[in-house]
Design a binder for this molecule. Structure first.
Ligand SMILES: Cc1cc2nc3c(=O)[nH]c(=O)nc-3n(C[C@H](O)[C@H](O)[C@H](O)COP(=O)(O)O)c2cc1C
Length: 216
């Protein structure tokens, strides 16, 4: 069983990456082979709207025809048994790299039929881990939920199932005294990091284990 995770943060050791690592540990605890891909290590673009993935009888029907660093990654996805996406929230949405990745991952499998159908050959579970600076209350007030729900709907439609994990009020930088960030209470942030983040890590571990069990 193969479980793949995708880090949409440029930082490889911070909130999103740590939670993805925990999720993969959870998957490994159920016997899965795991791989974490840092999207910022790859040179790739979002969908270029060539429509080769939708060209009748074409050799790229149902596949992304663009050739770049994402090509071998998308090939591996074909053989994956579960997928876990992770992204920081940038300006109310996933990071640019994660968005570009999602365009390339999802669009080739989506048919332009009525109703739309998925060309992904099997049903696999997926998960999405979001990390963000705002509190849960602000995320609700600012309507972040709509964005999260949309992503879950697309993942469900293409792959089968999707669950989400939200990590709010994250610790953003090593030293709050060095950064001009008077909006944030450094002591509160440090407390969140110490007390809440470990709980989020545990939730991520459990998510990974659950997805791997569902994939069996
Ligand atoms: C360019 C940029 C934009 C951001 N925009 C938001 C935002 O709109 N809402 C939010 O809650 N946090 C925002 N943040 C904070 C990050 O989402 C948050 O610190 C996240 O946990 C960082 O993930 P990482 O530690 O894995 O890099 C932003 C951070 C950056 C660098």
């Amino acid at each position: 069983m193969r479980v793949m995770a995708f880090n949409g943060s440029p930082r490889k050791t911070w909130n999103t990456a740590t939670l993805l690592e925990q999720a993969l540990k959870g998957a490994a605890s159920q016997g899965a082979e795991t791989e974490l891909i840092h999207l910022y290590d790859l040179k790739f673009k979002g969908c270029i709207s060539c429509f080769k993935c939708k060209t009748r009888g074409g050799k790229s029907y149902g596949k992304c025809a663009v050739k770049d660093d994402l090509t071998p990654v998308l090939k591996k996805v074909e053989a994956a048994d579960a997928l876990i996406l992770g992204s920081p929230i940038y300006f109310g949405t996933v990071s640019g790299e994660m968005h570009s990745f999602m365009e390339r991952l999802l669009f080739p499998y989506l048919t332009y039929t009525d109703p739309p159908q998925s060309l992904f050959p099997k049903k696999i579970p997926t998960g999405f881990i979001y990390t963000m600076n705002v509190t849960e209350e602000i995320a609700q007030d600012w309507g972040y939920g709509q964005h999260f729900d949309k992503n879950a709907q697309y993942l469900q439609m293409i792959f089968g199932t999707s669950e989400s994990l939200f990590c709010f009020d994250t610790y953003q930088f090593k030293d709050y005294t060095k950064v001009l960030a008077t909006r944030f209470d450094a002591a509160h942030k440090a407390k969140r990091r110490q007390e809440i983040f470990p709980q989020d890590c545990q939730k991520a571990f459990e998510m990974g284990a659950r997805l791997a069990r569902q994939a069996e």
